[in-house]
Design a protein around this ligand. Structure first.
Ligand code: DGL
Length: 277
């Protein structure tokens, strides 16, 4: 039985990447409580099948509901691409039709029209997100004239998860994918970082990107979209606690999470271990 008392807003990611989303959200909406869950023990999700990403995400969202959340944000593009719709349509009505799960692809697709002049947009993301074609579909629903080119960047998540984002070795992998996407469509003037880990590679991305191409990390746009959502849904907003606190859960070693999370958040945090599945 899920509790009807107000609770924190849940943010879920396969690992650390969703911290870039949490950071953006807390900048804009610091008054709310947040409960972050990283499924680090089973990351990365990018190369995993649709069924596996759906099952892992379903377990995580249900746990966040059981821990008091009424609203969960999938701070992970791979989970948003592969699990969001099934959870919304199949699981939520059974668990509790009053709770909500939101993804991060739609908010990014919504703003892209105002961020490109050439109407040629690139998407860098995990293999799972690119293969799902979710960005193409969402962008075309809203902006049918925009041409979208996507490139999967399989090694970028491990570079971030293993704290190698600033290492000289990372240059090779970043340059390779930037060159690839610009070859696919030289008219691209805006690139969506369609994986929440990728903002940590920003200095290297900017180093190899041609001048005049803008990079779009998602945190700020997801935060704006959440603010708007909460204003339009007072019945959900009233069930979100407002003490300005954030708590962190990981399926891996909490000490390791705590250390790594500092790279993303620049602050020390307390972390608890949980088991999913
Ligand atoms: N951070 C996740 C995303 O936005 C994926 C990372 C992973 O492969 O687990 O897609």
């Amino acid at each position: 039985m899920l509790s009807s008392s107000p609770g924190p807003i849940g943010i879920f990611d396969s690992g650390y990447g969703g911290l870039t989303i949490l950071h953006g959200i807390r900048q804009l909406l610091p008054q709310y409580d947040y409960l972050y869950l990283g499924d680090n023990a089973r990351a990365p999700y990018g190369p995993r099948s649709f069924d596996v990403v759906y099952e892992f995400t379903r377990q995580a969202v249900l746990r966040l509901f059981e821990m008091g959340c009424h609203l969960v944000i999938l701070g992970c593009n791979t989970a948003s691409a592969k699990a969001l719709r099934t959870i919304q349509q199949h699981d939520l009505p059974q668990w509790d039709p009053e709770r909500r799960v939101l993804g991060i692809i739609r908010p990014t697709a919504e703003v892209i029209g105002s961020l490109t002049s050439t109407n040629h947009v690139g998407v860098l993301a995990t293999e799972g997100t690119i293969k799902s074609e979710s960005y193409n579909l969402e962008i075309h629903k809203l902006h049918p004239d925009i041409q979208v080119s996507g490139v999967a960047c399989p090694f970028w998540v491990p570079l971030v998860e293993y704290n190698e984002a600033d290492s000289p070795g990372a240059d090779y992998f970043v340059k390779k994918r930037i060159d690839q996407i610009m070859r696919l469509d030289p008219q691209i003037d805006a690139i969506i970082l369609g994986c929440t880990h990728y903002p940590l590679l920003m200095p290297k991305i900017l180093k190899y990107l041609p001048a005049g191409v803008r990079v779009i990390p998602q945190g700020e746009y997801v935060a704006e979209s959440l603010k708007d959502y909460l204003e339009r849904h007072p019945q959900i907003e009233q069930r979100c606690n407002k003490n300005g606190e954030a708590h962190y859960l990981t399926t891996e070693n909490p000490d390791k999470f705590k250390e790594q999370a500092q790279i993303f958040l620049h602050e020390s945090i307390d972390v608890e271990n949980i088991t999913l599945g």
